[in-house]
Design a protein around this ligand. Sequence first.
Ligand code: GLU
Length: 328
Amino acid sequence: MTEIQKSISKLEASVCPRGMKKEHFDYQHIIEDCYHAVQKMHLRGKVASYIPELARVNPDLFGVSLIDMNGNTYEYGDSRVPFSIQSISKVHTLVLVYRQLKSELWDKVNVEPSGNPYNSFAQLEFEKGIPRNPFINPGALVITDQIMSLYHDDKRTVLNFISSLCGAESVPVNKAVQQSEMDCSNLNRAVAYLLKSHGNLMHDIDDVIEAYTHHCAIEMDCTQLAKSFLYLANDGRCIFSKKNIIPRNLTQRINALMLTCGFYDQAGEFAFRVGLAGKSGVGGGVVAVLPGHFSITVFSPMLNEKGNSKKCMHFLEKFTTKMGISLF
Ligand code: GLU
């Protein structure tokens, strides 16, 4: 090796893309530090109870799992405790539809942040049955309806898709949670009727609600969820199934949607404080990606008033601040 080659490889060893220094990659240490710092804040929030079965979860669970681009896992706390993924499933279902319909999809669902709660349908009335984005409930119902048209065994397709993304691990549906949500689904049904009256829902409303609640009631742990999002940090290629899930340009758009619409009416604050593309669910999970670097899931069921997990938001803010990294 010549002197110049030696100094280049020394430089490469110490400096990573976007000017991040190698020592910044001590993920395990930083995760543990941030975890303990958040625990010391003694945060309390409310576990989601509008789906009664979700209220049975232990509020003190707290877990983290980060997977880097080589598939190395760094985890801490309750990272292997399965929980209800709820709205995080909206990303998986969107990808299944988007990769088939491509830009035609945007005739049925818009790509603007709503600035409203996930279950609001006020805008839907003014905007003639076109939901603001695929991550609020009206948008996710349209996506579910599309999956039912595009795939023969739609529910099995969603389960198999998620399972293949996380290395063929099976992902169960909690039937009690699904039934509990179906029993309390008046608001989602109202949204579905409004969509149907505008011609933006093809299937029978009961069937759409049944399929939608099925996706929401899927249970996964932090590590499985982080695995199932890693392809979004990897230009659409899943390193576990070794398949190209979606093309790079569509991957970039999914990430843009997560950044702008992934956290209900707190998406701006998440971008401001954390600076990653991500999605949360009322089960207490948050998944986020930094393209080219990692995918991370944090789980704690105590929610803030916007429906996002309190501890997860604080954890991720500390994590990206300490690492000195973000999308920006
Ligand atoms: N199944 C929940 C609902 O439709 C999902 C909400 C969420 O996680 O944002 O209300």
